[in-house]
Design a protein around this ligand. Structure first.
Ligand SMILES: C[S@@+](CC[C@H](N)C(=O)[O-])C[C@H]1O[C@@H](n2cnc3c(N)ncnc32)[C@H](O)[C@@H]1O
Length: 201
């Protein structure tokens, strides 16, 4: 995979910092997308001018790397936690392609007045029972035709049942709206998680 601003060096991933242009280490133990890369994901559907909606931006760790990759684009982070969003807001002040929204991703219409364009990619990392439903609801409102999604699915947020059974059921739901491009379990970086990349049908 060749992505401008993504560097693979001695088995580790780095990005080129949007501001300083220095190499930044991307920690797979802190970021499920980086864990997916380490596990052999072959493509990340991000270009330098991508418009990205990131659901579950938290304090901004992973989204800061997405901001490096889409350095000429726009990356919008949505999170329900006021404390995390306060910290993320400070990061947005340092990075001119990042925007924060404090809202529940369960209610995509509640931030419609803040996003008046369609995005190329939705990334989602929210530990909720209805993770696939949240992704579909947002894709219906914000994703371009033929746009991509990256879902980090946390099975324990859905139930304590057998991981494989939960994954099969959720992947089936996901497959109704998106063509599956790639999927990878994230062990040992994240146990009981799967990263799924899809393309809007
Ligand atoms: C695992 S953390 C995300 C970590 C982040 N993606 C990263 O890698 O840097 C999950 C985040 O989802 C947020 N969250 C949970 N439910 C949400 C919802 N309904 N809408 C938006 N954010 C939500 C939490 O507040 C938390 O910050």
């Amino acid at each position: 995979m060749i992505l401008k601003n993504l560097i693979l060096d001695s088995g580790n991933y780095y990005t080129t910092d949007l501001n300083t242009k220095k190499k930044r280490f991307w920690d797979p133990n802190r970021s499920k997308i980086c864990a997916g890369l380490k596990k052999g994901i072959n493509m990340l559907p991000i270009t330098t001018d991508s418009k990205v909606l990131y659901l579950g931006s938290a304090e901004g760790y992973t989204i800061s790397y997405i901001s490096d990759l889409a350095d000429n684009g726009v990356v919008i982070g949505v999170d329900i936690s006021p404390i995390s969003t306060q910290k993320f807001y400070l990061l947005c002040k340092e990075r001119n392609n990042l925007l924060p929204i404090l809202a529940s991703a369960n209610e995509p219409d509640s931030y419609k007045h803040l996003i008046d364009f369609k995005v190329d990619l939705i990334i989602q990392d929210v530990a909720q029972k209805n993770q696939v439903e949240i992704l579909k609801k947002n894709a219906d409102v914000y994703l371009k035709e033929g746009g991509f999604v990256i879902l980090s699915l946390k099975t324990t947020a859905i139930s304590q049942g057998k991981t494989e059974n939960i994954i099969n059921k959720e992947v089936e739901k996901f497959g109704k709206d998106f063509n599956i491009v790639e999927k990878k379990r994230l062990d040992p970086f994240e146990k009981k998680h799967i990263l799924i990349i899809g393309k809007k049908k």
